[in-house]
Write a protein that binds this ligand. Sequence first.
Ligand code: SAH
Length: 352
Amino acid sequence: MEKKDIKSMSEAEIASELAALGERRFRAGQIYSWLHQKRVTSFEAMTNLSRPLRQELAERYRIPQMTTAGCRVSRDDGTRKYAFALEDGNIIESVFMRYRHGNSVCVSSQVGCRMGCRFCASTLDGLERNLAPSEMLEQVYQIQRDVGERVSHVVVMGTGEPLDNLANLVRFIRILSDEEAGGISQRNITVSTCGLVPRIGELAAEKLQITLALSLHAPNDALRRTMMPIASTYSVAQCLEACEAYFQATGRRVSYEYSLVEGANDGREQAEELAGLLHGKNCHVNLIPVNPIEERSFRESRPANVANFKKILEKRGINVTIRRSMGADIDSACGQLRRKIVRQREQRGGIS
Ligand code: SAH
């Protein structure tokens, strides 16, 4: 029988597993605390459990491990990019960023991605598999341990489409935000989606207090379809409707991400159209000059165009910020470090 991943389980789930083994309820709290507060890597280390219980746990359950396969530290701003090797040899990428409001970790939700956005490096090789809740948690835990500083914010904006892995995402968020575990407030957790409309409704039904970010990138369907295949399945209008419903259900203001690509979506015309679309909505727009990737030929908007775009939105009363590009000196575009390490491994003769 395959061993179950105990680090992906809630405390209540561990309790029901233990009940089936005839163990007392409070043991679940002890195990949960070993996993998510002391963060030990073996049952052996759970020294307040009897030896036979530790042995029994080790026979039935596993605690997934992850090792650092690469880390690059930006000299500009202290941003740190991590590549982690999972137990099956897959590589994922996570980022640590320092902001004035606190330290933030950007988490991957899948190995690769199947959404195919034209400007994104994470999707070039398609989807390999979903990440388990424990593998998402471990990215935050390992970075906390490595940096030795408090992490106050988590954004699920790394590789993958989080709503394509919704059940694991929700488990991850519940453990991450549990005071007895990850201890990060739901209000400081952001999930970004390319716009899987039905899944936005399912996420809203979970009634989490997290921030939803929608990757819009274009104010109309025709333009959006040239950038994001998902735009052929769901229209901009459907996305906005789903975001409005998310706001109604949770009271949380939605963020719209808009990556500016020179000559494609960064003109006055697109800014006006976007302003018309969002006018009067309780929302926030994040503008980010696109990060060029070597596999494609597009370029980032010029600073003057970024500033103009922002001004047009502001004139219409829309909340807008320009996201600083962090760690520009360290393979900053999404998925680039992971691709580099995977390629090196392949050249060395296959993934171990
Ligand atoms: N799949 C999710 C989350 C991961 S991508 C989503 O689509 O939202 C996180 C954000 O980075 C998204 O807004 C995505 O469109 C954007 N992004 C991807 N590649 C980028 C690049 N090269 N430059 C700028 N933003 C990029």
